[in-house]
Design a protein around this ligand. Structure first.
Ligand code: BQF
Length: 283
């Protein structure tokens, strides 16, 4: 059996088209959605990600402002800059590209973004709201994962979902969203015993480990939906997921590729959050 590939690029185009239509409606009411992206330093991957986000904004009719700050920026300087954007009514979303240089405390920075402009959904208020099922900005990667699973037509309700990885940005919120959709959720991590066995029982397997090929074919249940969040630069210079795609494809019913899977969807969900931020602030 060979799994159906979930095309993240095509699905992202659909989501961005939805966002673009919503932007048009807002613009007709005199609201011009605007996302501010702060990039501190010159990390090559971060620069690529920020350029991609600005391109998505342009595609959706969202204004973007990229604020580039030097690697040597202090925490106080960054907090000042966030304060200005927080007070600027023409800016609806504020995103600080991670990771930040060593001298800056990420938690303190995320804390400084007003929850209503926190389109990454990382601030404590949004995390708390998500945890209790209240309206909030959903973190883009987990929200993208859910949308990709839904695109298969496979219902999440009542299924066994296994999330491998427990980061605050992906693993934990992905597990919470799956739970919200009535899955029975297991979170695995570096200390998990019998990891392969647990994964092999998953109807829905979300891999967010950060290690190329970590999920082997034997760890995939026949007929499973496999969502690969990993983005690893391989020895071949190319991007690879956490899943051994060829082997897993032999077992799964649906599987996301890397590249062209979760990554593009993550970016598309950011556009949705930005539109939502603009709409809410207009009220
Ligand atoms: C693709 C990210 C780790 C740390 C900070 C498309 C992206 C990636 C891959 C992308 C990511 C990862 C982003 C692909 C944004 C996802 O085709 O496979 C898009 O732009 N991402 C980020 O902003 O910060 C990160 C991963």
């Amino acid at each position: 059996m060979s799994a159906t590939r979930i095309d993240g690029t095509a699905l992202a185009a659909q989501v961005k088209a939805e966002a673009a239509a919503e932007v048009k409606e807002l613009v007709s009411r005199g609201i011009h959605p605007c996302l501010a992206v702060i990039l501190v330093g010159e990390d090559p991957a971060s620069q690529v990600y920020v350029r991609g986000k600005a391109r998505d904004c342009a595609e959706c009719g969202i204004e973007s402002r990229v604020i580039r700050l030097p690697e040597s920026t202090t925490q106080a300087q960054l907090l000042d800059r966030i304060g200005e954007l927080a007070a600027d009514e023409s800016v609806h979303g504020i995103l600080v590209q991670l990771p930040l240089p060593r001298q800056i405390d990420e938690a303190a920075i995320i804390d400084a973004i007003p929850p209503e402009k926190d389109v990454d959904g990382f601030s404590p208020v949004n995390v708390g709201r998500m945890q209790t099922g209240q309206p909030c900005f959903l973190p883009c990667t987990p929200a993208g994962c859910i949308r990709m699973i839904q695109s298969t037509g496979v219902s999440i309700d009542g299924k066994r979902a296994v999330v491998v990885g427990r980061s605050n940005i992906v693993g934990k919120p992905a597990a919470l969203l799956l739970l919200e959709h009535n899955a029975t959720v297991t979170i695995c991590h570096s200390h998990t015993q019998n990891l392969a066995e647990i994964c092999a029982g998953a109807d829905i397997l979300v891999a967010a480990v950060g290690r190329q090929g970590f999920i082997t074919g034997e760890m995939v249940k026949p007929g499973a939906v496999v969502i690969d969040v990993g983005i690893n630069r391989g020895a071949d210079g190319k991007l690879h997921g956490d899943v051994d795609f060829a082997a897993a494809s032999e077992k799964a019913a649906f599987i996301t590729p890397v590249p062209g899977g979760v990554g593009p969807m993550t970016r598309a969900m950011l556009m949705k959050n930005t539109v939502q931020a603009a709409a809410r602030q207009a009220k």
